[in-house]
Design a binder for this molecule. Sequence first.
Ligand code: PLP
Length: 436
Amino acid sequence: MKIKFDKELPSLKVERDLKERDKKHLWHPLTQHKIHPKALPIVKAKGVWLFDEDGKEYIDGIASWYTTMYGHCNEYILQAVQTQMQQLDQIVFSGFTHEPAIKLSEELIKILPNNQEKIFFSDNGSTANEVGIKMALQYHFNTGEKRNTIIAFEDGFHGDTFGAMSVSGLSVYNGPFEDFFIDVQRIPTPNAENINSVLKQLQSIIEVNRVAAFIYEPLVQGANAMHMFEAGYLDQILKICKENGIITIADEVMTGFGKTGKTFASDYIMTKPDIISMSKALTAGFVPMAVTSCTQEIYNAFLDDSVGKAFFHAHTYSANPIGCSVALAAIELLQTKEFQDNIKRVTKSHQDFDAKIKGHPKVKTTRQKGVIYALDLNIELDRYGKKRYEIFEYFMQKGIFLRPLGSTIYILAPYVITEEQLNMVYDAVHDLLKKI
Ligand SMILES: *Cc1c(COP(=O)(O)O)cnc(C)c1O
């Protein structure tokens, strides 16, 4: 459903003057302000639509970094938040508990891979991974083993806090911090050609290091331009980890909650992770919140008569009741027939679009998993280079918000996107291919 733009807004434009006021005190993420001083003010969002200060509309083709999968300002979720806000806003989660957190733990355990038993709260994807890494390290510490190395994929992305940054392989911009990273060994993502050498590399890392954990994005590496790999190969890696007592941490921050066509990408893989991190679509774009789940075995290693073996990690807003109520409403929506049908429909549309476009001379390769679709252009582009910004601007002119990653264009729209709106996105991509 497309909503009408609020006619009162344009008249507010002059006094708002958001573009100029923004420049005065704000420092934006991932932005070189000297080269890119402008930020686009968005004043309203509904469903798949974003509205800027001047009344121009854009389809949010990447669901605002894969968060607003149920559509912006989803009415059902809004009601749940409002009710919760009037009932209980915030309470310290150390020593206190509440219904939304309890209920959310119950609902998550129902939909998570069935070896998961415990739910730990934090604030965002980075902290969810930070928690996972610390759980894994302390698990070994508590059980009396000295293990300090973490294995991760080359070019993975797990967030921007120190532990998460250390295990992230996309390190071009990590220069100032690399001397302070935790000990990480990297392996390539597996494919048909390299699987044997990847397994060999893994074995030799295990032989010479005391490996505590392996952290990975299952099947799709979001920030690595939606790079995809097969479940079977990952399974072989995970099996070796399990045989060697290495804690496996699935970073489902991007892939979680239906995007791959199953609730979690881990559902495609036989060997289940010991720890799973979630955020982004968990709270449907309403509030920042994250969850790290783990097995009973991990949890049990922290149970002791001594306080020192406890997990001393907390965030002030851990299990914020409003965040929990949002997540509950979102999970409820995800499980409805309507949303499951939407996921199937969008998946099918991407397949049809792919069939049309993959032979195009300007297209190098395409890939898809569920509602995640990506294509690589036949030209080399810097991740944050000039040409990449031109392509971004080109889509914005057409009223489509897509965020190219180097020469990759990907679509990851809210599940509520209609066929008509999807065609607008596809047409814009088609037109770009004609232009470049
Ligand atoms: C976005 C993302 C993160 C980091 O989450 P933040 O909420 O931005 O800290 C971690 N892992 C993956 C796979 C992500 O996509």
